[in-house]
Write a protein that binds this ligand. Structure first.
Ligand code: 7UC
Ligand code: FE
Length: 292
């Protein structure tokens, strides 16, 4: 494999001449280290069937399927399908997923180490994702905000972005809300944690999922503290001009893998509703998600 480093201040490296079938265990280890260090790795010129894509995922880590079958690829349930294309009225996957700042599975007890996306159909423009490196955000905080973050925990819930399923039509909304709380009760995570590989401190909050901050005794804190931290992170900037926000574009053939501990992301969709389909895989590595 050939690694192209960026000469600007942006995150990520680009990898050419990579084939998961012929890659040695050492190559796979190198690839993972690149993800931890540079946060985003784009592997170019990939041409993979759903089975091959999954096999690639299994070489990198423990692939976990999404908890809701509505998102599953018909042949491989591990693949989460984001799609606005319905063929003969048959919708596969879910349209416009992840269009809000979040980290994948932050609302679950064990979020993913890596997220991997492989676009299948791309719109002609506005094709990409916004990312923020939350360890950079932590570094930029004032000492008093750092202290507050270090001594607190946050609650995360999917409730605001749970997608109504076709079978939910005509159900009372209260029943659906109760189901969300039962199936995905809020997850509590430390507001900051140490990355198990790089040792960086990460501010682990997202606009989409985080809704409560508690002090070290478990007493709810003023919600303005959470708002201040989110403002500092750039996640409340609707213009996406905040300095730590990076827009990363996709090309067909790219497999993009990112460090889902360090980054929050927000999907970007074309306003003209051109067809778009992306296959996602989510993986655990051999480390605990965070060390306390
Ligand atoms: O439909 C979606 O935007 C999916 C979202 C609620 N969860 C993505 C994840 O993996 O956390
Ligand atoms: Fe996502």
């Amino acid at each position: 494999m050939k690694v192209q480093y960026q000469d600007n201040q942006r995150m990520g490296v680009v990898v050419y001449d990579f084939n998961y079938k012929t890659a040695s265990d050492g190559d796979i280890e190198d690839l993972k280290q690149l993800i931890y260090e540079y946060k985003i790795v784009v592997i170019k010129e990939q041409d993979l069937s759903p089975d091959e894509y999954c096999d690639f995922g299994y070489r990198l880590g423990e692939v976990e399927k999404y908890y809701q079958p509505m998102y599953h690829h018909p042949e491989r349930e591990e693949i989460f399908v984001s799609s606005n294309v319905s063929e003969n009225g048959q919708q596969v996957g879910v349209p416009k997923t992840g269009k809000f700042w979040h980290a994948d599975y932050a609302f679950m007890p064990r979020p993913f180490a890596f997220s991997m996306v492989y676009p299948q159909i791309l719109p002609s423009k506005e094709r990409g994702t916004y990312f923020i490196n939350m360890s950079k955000v932590y570094q930029s905080l004032s000492d008093d905000l750092k202290a507050i973050a270090n001594e607190s925990s946050c609650y995360h819930s999917v409730r605001r972005f749970f997608k109504i399923r076709p079978e939910d039509v005509y159900r009372p909304i209260s029943e659906i809300l109760d189901e969300i709380e039962r199936v995905t009760p809020p997850a509590k995570h430390p507001t900051t944690f140490t990355h198990p590989v790089t040792g960086e401190t990460i501010l682990y909050i997202t606009e989409g999922f985080t809704y409560r901050i508690d002090d070290s005794e478990g007493k709810p804190q003023d919600i303005n503290i959470l708002q201040r931290l989110l403002t500092h992170s750039g996640q409340l900037d609707k213009s996406f001009k905040y300095p730590l926000i990076e827009h990363h574009e996709f090309e067909l053939g790219d497999v993009r893998i990112w460090d889902n501990r360090s980054l929050v992301h927000c999907a970007h969709y074309a306003s003209n509703s051109e067809p778009a389909i992306t296959f996602r895989l989510t993986l655990h590595d051999s480390y605990p998600f965070y060390q306390l």
